[in-house]
Design a protein around this ligand. Structure first.
Ligand SMILES: C[S@@+](CC[C@H](N)C(=O)[O-])C[C@H]1O[C@@H](n2cnc3c(N)ncnc32)[C@H](O)[C@@H]1O
Length: 121
């Protein structure tokens, strides 16, 4: 089992709730409930149309899709998660809607490379 280490350690704590269908539904339900709060936080943090955003630990993409709406067609959001099951759910949801400005990457963003910098993470 991997455990959290001190500052600078190679930390990989598994997602304790596991990405079952049930957990993905729970996250989605939770996201619906707190959507107005999340939106307000993102707005006050400066989220605005045209931004390029990285959503770290995107899970099934609830916040990714909210950000996608906020940055609009001129913006872009990349959701990154190291859990393949969560990303598969996010990809399925993206495919079910005509969303052009969203893409997903598997992995820890600290270990991934990106072609351009982000306006917000
Ligand atoms: C509670 S879920 C949140 C999902 C989503 N942001 C939401 O609001 O519904 C946390 C997610 O972060 C991911 N995660 C945690 N640490 C990570 C890391 N270092 N790199 C990539 N993903 C990570 C987990 O796999 C999990 O899917």
């Amino acid at each position: 089992m991997e455990v959290a280490g001190g500052a600078g350690a190679d930390v990989h704590v598994p997602y304790i709730l596991v990405h079952s269908d049930r957990e993905i539904r729970r996250l989605s339900h939770q996201a619906d409930i707190i959507n107005p709060i999340t939106r307000r936080i993102l707005l006050s943090a400066g989220m605005s149309p045209g931004m390029r955003v990285l959503d770290v630990g995107c899970g099934a993409g609830d916040v990714t899709f909210l950000v996608s709406e906020m940055v609009g067609s001129e913006g872009q959001v990349i959701g990154a998660d190291r859990a393949p099951a969560a990303l598969a759910a996010a990809e399925r949801r993206a495919a079910a809607h005509p969303i052009q400005n969203v893409s997903f990457r598997e992995g820890d963003p600290a270990a991934l490379s990106f072609d351009r910098p982000f306006d917000a993470v």
